[in-house]
Design a protein around this ligand. Sequence first.
Ligand code: PMP
Length: 450
Amino acid sequence: MIDRARLAELTAREQRTFLERNPRSRAAYDRAEHLFGQVPMTWMNKKAGAFPLYLAEARGNRVTDIDGNVYLDFALGDTGAMGGHSPAPVVDAVQRRIGDSGGVTTMMPTEDAEWVGAELSRRFGLDVWSFSLTATDANRWAIRLVRALTGRSKILFHSYSYHGSVDESLIVVGADGEGTSRPGNVGAPVDVTLTSRVAEINDLDGLERQLAHGDVAAVLIEPALTNIGIVLPDPGYHEGVRELTRRHGALLIIDETHTFSAGPGGATKAWGLEPDVLVIGKAIAGGVPSGAYGLTREIADRVLGRTDLGLIDMGGVGGTLAGSPLSIAATRATLEHVLTDAAFTGMIEVADHYTDGVRRLFERFGLPWTISQLGARAEYRFVSPAPRNGTESDAAADAELEDFLHLYLTNRGILLTPFHNMALMSPVTTRDDVDAHLAVLEQALAELTA
Ligand code: PMP
């Protein structure tokens, strides 16, 4: 279908353009001798060009690199900046906390925390909340709580899910249908099958087979997969998950870190899910580190009633900077003024426009590709029909095509998230921004299929 020789030729041309456009980023990368892998975090080497672009400024949905190139940003920090870059209410709240009142981190609560807890309850339905600095940590602590409560050892995940660098989660369904270590798992503490079980999304029989072992403390899932393309749940899937978890005595942890894009209360509110524990991070503080997990009152009371658990001291649940005045102030500002109910309505309308436009282009160029949307985010895969589970979606990856499209768009001022073909709409992303992206994508597909 795709002429691979032509694809390679076009990619080589785009690589040359990338080098010409970005001499300062290239020099900065070449100078980076004291960074592990030449980058501040190893995943920054996930790039289609020969080096990462270095940031100068970011406001709203516009990013400027150190060569002065300006980008329309649909990556939005892979969700961390879903509210747009440095939204004014967050900047004000952070400045007040750092400058006017002082007290970035004090070991004392601020009154903002109860406001945030109440707002998270209104949105997601869980009764009480605790804070972290990352979604990874919120997941880790939620896992400890459910293990302690149930006395069971294992956590069950969807195959090819991602929940942060959580040891237990690096498991996929292997060729024999049973769990096996995810390829690339770095320094696993123990064989992951000792701590975890796994099932494909949309496979209730597989889920039931795993739960029937009776050793699963909790099922920890995203409502839709978002880290291997977007894989949406079949109608009735979540009702089935909830029924099976209840029948087999397993708790349900829903990770809304990415699926928050579905609406102000994430997919949990939008689809009427009933988790026992809910985890969220990234976007809730407008880009400032903050995460949270919510518990039903029943679960919270049961945990608090356990005098053997070291919740207050060094029992393994806690971080010194978690719930700090700064991150809580930023979370309040984001929820109160930026990622509001009204903002989501606009973001989702713009995402509808994006999805329609991309779908129409695939049809026009006769490409057997699909796009899936989850509220304010959308993502395409190079396969049709859309994959129904993680293994299928993994098999549909096409690094050559992905690199070409990323480079083509980047060289013309459009950023998608480097980890996939994901585009996310912020409250300030407009239909015109989407049209600008569609015009460049159209050009790319025309060249690719010429
Ligand atoms: N949960 C989900 C669903 C995620 O997508 C991610 C990160 N992509 C995380 C948790 C972890 O977030 P962080 O790296 O900010 O801890």
